[in-house]
Design a protein around this ligand. Structure first.
Ligand code: SOE
Length: 368
């Protein structure tokens, strides 16, 4: 059977996932057969070009006509269009793969999680960094007890695309459209990796800042207000007693897309940086320094699908891996993680960081 895929959104994420779908048959021959059936958006001319470039058979301007027609619905639009179309698809029994963060607000994310529970079909939240081979390698080391009991998790996600006050306004700067700023866009990834590697977060103390309050609208003389954070930091306590610090910024001069994780356990430590995606730094066995493990051996996660050892892979491959896992779950009526449950759990942490910032208090993560 060929799965007909409908995709909402054709820009950055639309391209990343379309590329993944195109790569699957060549590199993951056991993946389900997929047809890039329909691409959905509002601007017909741009849609036609996108369909051409990204290899879709047709276009549609109304997601309502698509969600129950296709076998799988990908929601890759801006955050404010995550909830309604995803819920409609799930109500029609269509599996959904949705970009992160799950929604702009915890309430919306809760409705999405409930719809996924009721539908009983795979509903995935596309936290692609779980699918970096080095991150999976780290997870295996932690689960095998190789670094002992986890004491610290440190996660920073640094970008610099808003350092210039004249950098144009976009939906990512608007609370209604995005929910939050660096917190939801970047912090969501860090929180997801923290949950994946260490466990649930119990309480947080958070701080949000906006450095530039308004930005020019491209192609006009107007400016629009920035209503989200440009940067956040948080301290966290995990249920298992570990301590965490999280930070993200769009003002970290010189850092383009620098997502770094450190984990310290009673027997060893791990370090990862997205800028050196093929490597994991591992310290254990009482050694006095880190060893750099090049995670490109044949028996490393996903690597046998690509190139011989040392022939490194990149950011886009994480999308291929997550698409492989998600579509396999769809075909086999299986489970996919990170699910909407995981997306909701990450959102609970983001929400707690915001509540903590508002009240200047430590706050419990809802439901913990
Ligand atoms: C933009 O800040 C962005 O593309 C995020 O939206 C992605 O989730 C992240 O992976 C890279 O940066």
């Amino acid at each position: 059977m060929t799965l007909q895929v409908g995709v909402l959104g054709y820009r950055f994420m639309g391209k990343a996932h379309a590329n993944a779908l195109a790569r699957l048959p060549m590199f993951f021959p056991d993946a389900p057969d997929v047809e890039r059936d329909v691409i959905v958006g509002r601007d017909e001319a741009a849609l036609a070009d996108a369909a051409d470039q990204l290899g879709f058979s047709r276009t549609a301007t109304d997601w309502r006509e698509v969600v129950d027609e296709v076998d799988v619905f990908y929601n890759l639009g801006p955050n404010h269009v995550h909830a309604e179309p995803s819920i409609a698809a799930l109500e029609a029994g269509t599996p959904v793969f949705c970009e992160k963060p799950l929604a702009p607000t915890l309430d919306d994310a809760g409705e999405m999680r409930d719809a996924a529970r009721d539908a009983g079909v795979p509903a995935g939240n596309a936290f692609n960094y779980r699918f970096v081979p080095a991150i999976q390698y780290a997870k295996n080391l932690i689960d095998a007890g190789e670094i002992g009991e986890i004491r610290h998790f440190r996660g920073t996600y640094l970008q610099d695309w808003l350092v210039d006050p004249e950098a144009p306004w976009s939906w990512r700067n608007d609370e209604e459209l995005a929910g939050s700023g660096a917190l939801g866009d970047l912090g969501a990834h860090t929180v997801d990796l923290a949950r994946f590697l260490v466990g649930e977060v119990e309480r947080v103390s958070g701080h949000l800042t906006t450095f530039v309050d308004e930005r020019p609208v491209e192609g006009s003389d107007e400016t629009r207000p920035v209503t989200v954070d440009d940067a956040y930091s948080a301290q966290a306590e995990f249920e298992n007693g570990a301590m965490g610090t999280f930070e993200a910024s769009r003002f970290a001069t010189g850092h383009k897309n620098d997502h770094s994780i450190e984990v310290h356990g009673s027997e060893g430590s791990l370090r990862f940086s997205l800028e050196r995606l093929n490597e994991l730094e591992v310290l254990r066995d009482g050694n006095r320094g880190y060893e750099t493990v090049l995670v490109t051996d044949e028996d490393d996660p996903y690597v046998d699908h690509w190139w011989p050892p040392g022939h490194v892979i990149g950011w886009e491959h994480t999308f291929v891996h997550e698409n492989y896992e998600f579509l396999s779950a769809v075909e086999n009526d299986g489970e996919f993680e990170p699910s909407f449950e995981d997306g909701y759990a990450a959102q609970q942490v983001l929400d707690a960081v915001e509540r903590s910032d508002e009240t200047a208090q430590w706050v419990e993560v809802e439901g913990r």
